[in-house]
Design a protein around this ligand. Structure first.
Ligand code: SF4
Length: 322
């Protein structure tokens, strides 16, 4: 029997409520799945719906402005939208954890780091003794690249650098050994060396704990280093989903190709994305039509469905189906 996915988004439809009751679709019918121990990268430009998808997966959208209108979010087969707030709070932090981009906002500014880390155990009523808790805190700080644990534990968040705060969030996310880690642009505040260390640590955790990772970033090169599969989204729509080697070596969607061409490489001048003046697509048309060099007449009329194989699927009228 096939294993139940660790995380499954099925036809997830996220909307924003506008003033006077109007509604705007931000993520239309997004479907993704992540197996235990696997890593999936979600890439796309700012405003493409990556962070909204992460919040929706944790059932954390700030309602009523933003909400899931339809679709399902399942964690190990359980529909999170049907859980009580109490049951959802118990899952969050213990079995599924999220690291957000703004580490300062995620931490309590008036509590020392030690108090905030111990609160995680208290909140989830973990009965470990002081010795076990301390050992776990030390281990997680070290794994997150914060070896001077005594200084870190005494500090308030504002006394730490942006990079240290970001690593602290990773340490806190790991405290209760979650099955799923959602990391939303977690390495933005880190320099290249620490970024590499972050990637190595998370890869090691994945192997040791069969941790499922949903890694969200606009940095395609970093995602390719860390993730086994990559999902590309554009304006909230999944336009290409492939195993990392396939996507990096043989991108099919024009937007993915443009993203790869814009990656800086030694001795090569990146091609910046240049918008083409063109008629706007109709509501049903391809969201990338205004910028696409391969646009066809059908592109402004209907949107291509995601099709292909489990290894490589793409939503584009110009891509020949095998
Ligand atoms: S569906 Fe049409 S407009 Fe959209 S990316 Fe493909 S070719 Fe371009």
């Amino acid at each position: 029997m096939p294993e139940v996915p660790l995380l499954e988004l099925e036809n997830l439809h996220i909307i924003r409520r506008r003033p006077r009751g109007a509604e705007e679709t931000l993520v239309p019918n997004l479907s993704l799945r992540l197996e235990r121990g696997q890593s999936l990268g979600l890439v796309g430009e700012s405003g493409s719906g990556k962070s909204l998808t992460a919040l929706a997966a944790m059932n954390l959208l700030p309602e009523p402005e933003l909400r899931i209108q339809s679709g399902a979010v399942r964690f190990q087969g359980q529909d999170l939208r049907t859980l009580s707030p109490r049951a959802m709070n118990e899952l969050r932090g213990s079995r599924m954890a999220i690291i957000v981009q703004d580490a300062l906002a995620a931490l309590n500014p008036v509590r020392r780091v030690r108090v905030q880390m111990e609160e995680v155990f208290r909140f989830h009523q973990r009965p470990e003794g002081r010795k076990e808790k301390d050992a776990r805190i030390q281990l997680c700080l070290q794994r997150a690249g914060l070896p001077d644990t005594a200084t870190i534990l005494r500090a308030y968040p504002h006394e730490l650098s942006g990079g240290m705060r970001q690593r602290l969030l990773l340490a806190m996310a790991l405290l209760l050994e979650p099955d799923l880690l959602i990391a939303d642009e977690p390495t933005t505040a880190l320099d290249v060396t620490l970024q590499a260390r972050w990637v190595r640590e998370v890869q090691a955790l994945q192997r040791e704990q069969r941790l499922g990772l949903l890694f969200i970033s606009h940095d395609l090169a970093l995602v390719a280093e860390l993730c086994e599969r990559i999902a590309v989204i554009y304006k909230g729509q999944l336009i290409e989903l492939a195993a990392t080697p396939q996507l990096m070596e043989n991108p099919k969607h024009p937007y993915t190709k443009a993203m790869l061409a814009a990656l800086p490489r030694m001795g090569y001048t990146p091609q910046l994305l240049a918008p083409r003046q063109q008629e706007k697509p109709g509501k049903q048309g391809c969201p990338y039509a205004a910028h696409c060099p391969d646009v066809l007449p059908i592109c402004s009329e209907t949107q291509a469905a995601l099709s292909g194989s489990a290894e490589h699927a793409v939503a584009c009228h110009a891509v020949k189906k095998d």
